[in-house]
Every structure is written in structure tokens, then in C-alpha cells.
Design a protein around this ligand. Structure first.
Ligand code: COA
Length: 428
């Protein structure tokens, strides 16, 4: 990155909970507030030092769309802590992190908290256009007779609610259909997808058991009674077997498909937060940086082709900006939207065609699987859209430090045909 070096000081997240389970009563704002408060407490940071909150979310609250500002109003933070919310689909927390990093690199800020939150248990359900028109007319009715007339005009079709779909507005294709398409184009067999999903669960279960994942997680006690709590991700299946996975029916192409509930990331609730500082300020305050952001890139392709191939275009750019090759990378974290997407992305990294699409003559290369998603990924851990980027950066940073590695690469695919990649460098 140009400008001042940006230090990754710490990261924390809530447990990731399958939508409709432990966190179903919590909004994204509540999850985000709890997560940021925990980050400040864990790092023993004087809240007055935080100059900005940059936060990502994909399905915003219609009542409080700037979730970042709501979080910045935590009692521990100064009222002058500026805050804004970003949206880049599943790479929203990544966008928050790179925005925060840019502000630090430019010298505008020294201490920023970035991350994201999502409650897929609480997506807004909208009235149909017809119902909305009738409700507005009702509120303007001048007499009880007029009100009765309007209410009498409500038809069953007016009552059908509109729920946000995980589909491309431009093509109508759902994420799952895109994953199906990618599996077919790239000849990714069902067995390969299921084996990858199993690997994800096994590694995440291991990371939970030995504490590497749980150390990044803040226990959440659920209001209003505070009698229920969650301390680890509740979607990780310690007992998953390949036979169970093989037996699941395809969801998005019921007849010929290979993408199932088992080899897809589940709908999830959760939040993440990362503390970033300028290198100078971290040193002055006595916070030893864990790593530095070395480079990042975003890229996009036509959503009508292979929607989730964005990482294949972003990664070579981030590596080039870092002045590195894949062989220099010690650890890789790739967001697992679907096993079919990860496996397609990995094939794309080896392909001359995709290298040329990204503007390079040589492919990125073959990813050493022993360095990939070593603590599982979104298939097992879960994927609260706006929060995932912070989760991945935190895990990558901590594990890179634990292993004594030097460079880490992360990638995230996102709706709209977008992709993100970031290279981090462990602090010496
Ligand atoms: C795929 C999807 C539709 C599945 O939703 P769902 O049907 O509610 O999923 P469930 O968790 O109920 O799983 C369905 C079944 O598979 C089983 N199952 C899921 N994962 C399993 C695993 N790893 N091992 C064994 N069984 C598994 C469940 O136990 C359940 O079985 P049951 O019906 O007997 O209870 C949903 O998770 C989804 O939409 N995911 C994609 C989200 C997306 O598009 N994200 C964007 C990516 S960037």
C-alpha cells in the first residue's frame, strides 16, 4: 500500500450462529455493538482514541441504515468518533477494512475500528406495491367510510410479502444457481464438493476444540433475559460424514444439480471487528502490531457469466501490488460461499485463460492445499454476509503469527461478480 503502514492490532468476532437460532432476536446493530465493545475491552484501549468506525452490512435496517454510527454511539466511544457504513455484498467488511486502511495510510486517522455485521434472521419483509399504496391512502383517509372502502379493496395478492432474495438483480440468478453453473462449466464433481465441505467442518471442529477459533470469539449473552449464550460457532458439525453429505439432495437444480445444503455456506447471524492503527501510533501507544496490510485489490466480471470468479481476477492484482508471487505466501484464506466456487476459483488460479482475463500472462499458480483455510471456512463456520471479511482477516492474521509465517493472502467473492484479495505481512 502507498502511504503510511497500516497495522492490524487485533480482531474479534461474535460466534457465528445459523439464522433462526441463538441470535434470532438480535439485530445486526446489537451484534455489531457487542463485538466492537468487546474489541475495545479485550485490547484495553482507551475508547477516546478511536477516531472512526467503518462498518459493513449487506441487508441494512430500514430504520437505522448507518449501522456504523449506531455502533459509534457506544458509551465507551467519544461522540466525535465519525462513522460510516459500506456495502459491497459479501465483501462489505473487506470494504470497511480497506476504507479504514486508506484513511490511516493517507494520514487522516490513526486509530480506526472496521468490520461488519449481519442478521439474516432479521431481514426486512416489505409490503407489495399495491399494499403500500393502500396503506398510504389509508393514512390519508378523511372519514371512517373512506377507511372502510380502502380496507375493503385489499386483495389476497396485496398481502404477499416481498422478502430480499439472494439473487442478482441484473440477471435474476441466485447465488446457489450461480454455484451450480460454475460446477457444471468447470466440471466440479459432487464428490469433490462434498469432500471439500467435509474438510471445512473437520478443520473448523479442530480449530474450535484446540481453541484457535474460540480465542477470536466473544461469548454473546442474549437479551432480554441473558439466560442463553453462545461461545462458539453453532453450524460446525463435528460428526459430519461423507455418507451424510452424499445423501443430501441438490437444492438449486433438483434434477441435475450437485450443490446441496451441505456444500453451501449456511444463512448466518454474526459480527466482526478489527482494530487498525498507523504503525507510528501503534508503537507510541504500546500496541505491538500483529501484521501490516501489504496490498489489496478489487475486481469484477459480468454477473451473467461465472458470478463468483471475482477472486481469480483480484488475487493476481493484489499479489502484483505486494510485489509477491503465490510461492511467497505462507497461508491462504479463501471465503467459502460454496465448495463449487472455491474449487472453481482454485482452478482459475491455475488457468492461463483467467490470467489473461486479469491482464497477466502467467497464472497465479496451484494453491498448496495444506496452506488453504486451515481452520475451515464459511461452509462450516457460517457466513453472516457483512461480517465475514473481518472474520477471515482475524483468522489469517492470528494463524500467520502462530505459524511464524511472513505473508498471508485472503480472497472473498461477492455478488455482482465482484472479488476482493488482500495480502498481509506479519510484523517482524
Ligand atoms: C443451501 C440452503 C438453501 C440450505 O438451507 P436449509 O435447507 O435451511 O439448510 P439446513 O441447514 O436446514 O440443511 C438441510 C438439511 O441438510 C442437512 N445438512 C446440512 N449440512 C450438512 C452436513 N454438513 N452434514 C450432514 N447433513 C447436513 C441438515 O441437517 C438438514 O437436514 P434435515 O432436513 O434432515 O434437517 C441455504 O443454506 C442457503 O441458501 N445457502 C446459500 C447462502 C448463499 O447464497 N450465500 C451467499 C454466498 S456468498
Amino acid at each position: 500500500m502507498l502511504g503510511r503502514r497500516v497495522a492490524i492490532v487485533a480482531g474479534v468476532r461474535t460466534p457465528f450462529a445459523r439464522a433462526g437460532t441463538t441470535f434470532k432476536q438480535l439485530t445486526a446493530i446489537e451484534l455489531g455493538k457487542g463485538c466492537v465493545a468487546e474489541l475495545i475491552q479485550r485490547t484495553n484501549l482507551d475508547g477516546d482514541l478511536v477516531e472512526a468506525i467503518v462498518y459493513g452490512t449487506v441487508v441494512p435496517s430500514v430504520i437505522a441504515p448507518n449501522i456504523a454510527r449506531e455502533i459509534a454511539l457506544l458509551p465507551v466511544l467519544p461522540r466525535g468518533c465519525e462513522a460510516y457504513t459500506v456495502s459491497r455484498a459479501c465483501a462489505s467488511a473487506n470494504q470497511a477494512i480497506t476504507d479504514a486502511a486508506d484513511q490511516i495510510a493517507l494520514g487522516h486517522h490513526d486509530v480506526v475500528i472496521a468490520g461488519g455485521a449481519e442478521s439474516l434472521s432479521n431481514v426486512p419483509i416489505l409490503h407489495s406495491r399495491g399494499m403500500s399504496d393502500k396503506l398510504v391512502a389509508l393514512s390519508r383517509a378523511k372519514s371512517p367510510a373512506q377507511q372502510v372502502r380502502i380496507l375493503g379493496s385489499v386483495r389476497p395478492r396485496d398481502l404477499v410479502p416481498i422478502t430480499p432474495a439472494i439473487a442478482e438483480p441484473s440477471t435474476g440468478e441466485t447465488m446457489g444457481q450461480s454455484a451450480e453453473k460454475m460446477a457444471k462449466i468447470n466440471h466440479i464433481a459432487r464428490e469433490e464438493q462434498d469432500q471439500f465441505a467435509l474438510r471445512s467442518h473437520r478443520l473448523a471442529a479442530h480449530g474450535t476444540e484446540d481453541g484457535r477459533l474460540t480465542s477470536e470469539i466473544a461469548t454473546v449473552w442474549v437479551p432480554p433475559q441473558y439466560d442463553a449464550s453462545l461461545s462458539s460457532d453453532n453450524g460446525i458439525r463435528t460428526d459430519s460424514t461423507i455418507e451424510q453429505l452424499r445423501n443430501l439432495k441438490p437444492v438449486f437444480d433438483k434434477r441435475y444439480g450437485s450443490v446441496t445444503a451441505g456444500n453451501s455456506s449456511p444463512l448466518t447471524d454474526g459480527a466482526s471487528a478489527v482494530l487498525l492503527m498507523s504503525e507510528e501510533r501503534a508503537k507510541i501507544l504500546g500496541y505491538p502490531p500483529l501484521a501490516y496490510i501489504r496490498s489489496y485489490a478489487y475486481a469484477a466480471l459480468d454477473p451473467g457469466e461465472q458470478l463468483l470468479m471475482g477472486p481469480v481476477l483480484a488475487a493476481p492484482l493484489a499479489l502484483q501490488r505486494a510485489g509477491l508471487k503465490l510461492g511467497d505466501i505462507d497461508l491462504i484464506e479463501m471465503h467459502e460461499a460454496f465448495a463449487a466456487q472455491v474449487l472453481s476459483n482454485l482452478m482459475g488460479f491455475e488457468s492461463r485463460y483467467w490470467a489473461q482475463r486479469a491482464g497477466f500472462s502467467e497464472p497465479v499458480g496451484e494453491v498448496d492445499r495444506s496452506k488453504l483455510n486451515v481452520l475451515g471456512g464459511s461452509i462450516s463456520i457460517g457466513h453472516p454476509f457483512g461480517a465475514t471479511g473481518g472474520r477471515i482477516l482475524t483468522t489469517l492474521t492470528n494463524e500467520l503469527v502462530r505459524r511464524g509465517g511472513q505473508f498471508g493472502l485472503m480472497t472473498v467473492c461477492a455478488a455482482g461478480g465482484m472479488g476482493h484479495a488482500m495480502v498481509i505481512e506479519a510484523a517482524a
